[in-house]
Design a protein around this ligand. Structure first.
Ligand code: ATR
Length: 279
C-alpha cells in the first residue's frame, strides 16, 4: 500500500488517445492492488512528443505508456532499455527513474493473451502476420521464439516487411509477401492483423483463402462490437476471430508490474472491458 496522500502520476501518450481504455484499466488495477496512482491521457502529435514526455517527467510523473505513432520515438528517447524494447526497436512503456527507461510489454502481453487466455498454439503451426508497422514489430519476436512451422509477414509496402525480416533474422526465418502474393498460400493456422487499416474502417484486400474454419484470427486492434478484421474473418469462414482486448489488458498489467512491482489479476478486467464494449 502506498501511504503517500498524493497519487503517483502515470499517463498514456499517443495521437489520437481520446478513445483509450487505459485509464479505466489502470484504475481497476490500482483499486485491486491498493496502489495510490492517477492515470491521464496526453494527446501529442509527433512534433510535440518529446516535449510532452520530458515535461511529464519534469513535473514529477512516474511513468508513461506510449501508443501509435510514437513507439519508435519513445525507444530512441530513453537512456536505458529493457531487452524486449531493444529487440523491437520500439517501446510502449517509459519509466522515470532519474533518467528514462524504455520497455516493451506488447510482445509478452500478446503472447499471454493468445496462448494462456485463449489457448492458441504457435509451435509447429503456420502463422501469418498482416502488416509490418510498429504493432508488428512488438509481436514478431515472441512469435519467432515460439517456433512456428512457418512465419509469413504480408504487407502493402514490401520494403517495410523486408526491414523487419532483417531486424529479426537472428531470431528465426520470416517470409515476406504482398497481399496479392498470398493467393495460393492456403489457409493458415493463425492469422494476426497488425495493420492499422481498421482504425479507418478499412479492410485491405486479403485473399479469403488464407482463412479456413479452423484458422484462429486475432486482431491487435479493438473497438466497440466487431472490428472490421474480425467481421472479415468471420465472413471468410473462421470460427474463432477475436479482437485484441485481452492483449491490451495484459500489456497494461506488465507495465503496471514494471512501475509498481505487483502484477494485477487480468481476468476480471478483461471481462469488464468485454462487457463495456459489447464483444
Ligand atoms: P502501427 O504502429 O499501428 O503498426 P504504422 O507503423 O503506421 O502503425 O503501421 C501501420 C500498418 O498498417 C502498416 O503495415 C501499413 O502498411 P504500409 O506499411 O504499407 O503503410 C498498414 N496499413 C495501414 N492502412 C492500410 C490499408 N488501408 N491497407 C493496407 N495496409 C494498411
Amino acid at each position: 500500500m502506498n501511504a503517500s496522500p498524493t497519487p503517483d502520476r502515470y499517463a498514456l501518450v499517443g495521437f489520437p488517445v481520446h478513445h483509450s481504455r487505459s485509464p479505466l484499466i489502470h484504475g481497476l488495477f490500482a483499486r485491486q492492488t491498493g496502489q495510490n496512482l492517477s492515470y491521464e491521457l496526453i494527446e501529442a502529435d509527433p512534433a510535440s512528443f518529446e516535449t510532452a514526455v520530458r515535461g511529464f517527467g519534469a513535473a514529477g510523473g512516474k511513468g508513461l505508456n506510449v501508443t501509435v505513432p510514437h513507439k519508435e520515438a519513445a525507444f530512441r528517447l530513453a537512456q536505458r532499455t529493457g531487452p524486449e524494447a531493444k529487440v523491437a526497436g520500439a517501446a510502449n512503456t517509459l519509466t522515470f527513474d532519474g533518467g528514462i527507461r524504455a520497455d516493451n510489454t506488447d510482445g509478452v502481453g500478446f503472447l499471454r493473451d493468445l496462448t494462456v487466455n485463449l489457448g492458441a498454439v504457435i509451435e509447429s503451426r503456420r502463422v501469418l502476420v498482416l502488416g509490418a508497422g510498429g504493432a508488428a514489430r512488438g509481436i514478431l519476436p515472441p512469435l519467432l521464439e515460439s517456433r512456428p512451422r512457418e512465419l509469413v509477414v504480408a504487407n502493402r509496402t514490401l520494403a517495410r516487411a523486408a526491414e523487419l525480416r532483417e531486424r529479426f533474422q537472428a531470431l528465426g526465418e520470416l517470409r515476406i509477401v504482398t497481399f496479392a502474393e498470398l493467393a495460393g498460400a492456403g489457409a493458415f493456422d493463425l492469422v494476426v492483423n497488425a495493420t492499422s487499416a481498421g482504425l479507418r474502417g478499412e479492410t485491405p484486400p486479403f485473399p479469403a483463402e488464407i482463412v479456413g474454419r479452423e484458422t484462429f484470427c486475432y486482431d491487435l486492434a479493438y473497438g466497440r462490437g466487431d472490428t472490421p478484421f474480425v467481421a472479415w474473418a468471420r465472413r471468410a469462414g473462421a470460427e474463432r476471430a477475436v479482437q485484441g482486448l485481452g492483449m491490451l489488458v495484459e500489456q497494461a498489467a506488465e507495465s503496471f508490474l514494471i512501475w509498481r512491482g505487483v502484477r494485477p489479476e487480468t481476468a476480471p478486467v478483461i471481462r469488464q472491458l468485454s462487457r463495456d464494449l459489447g464483444t
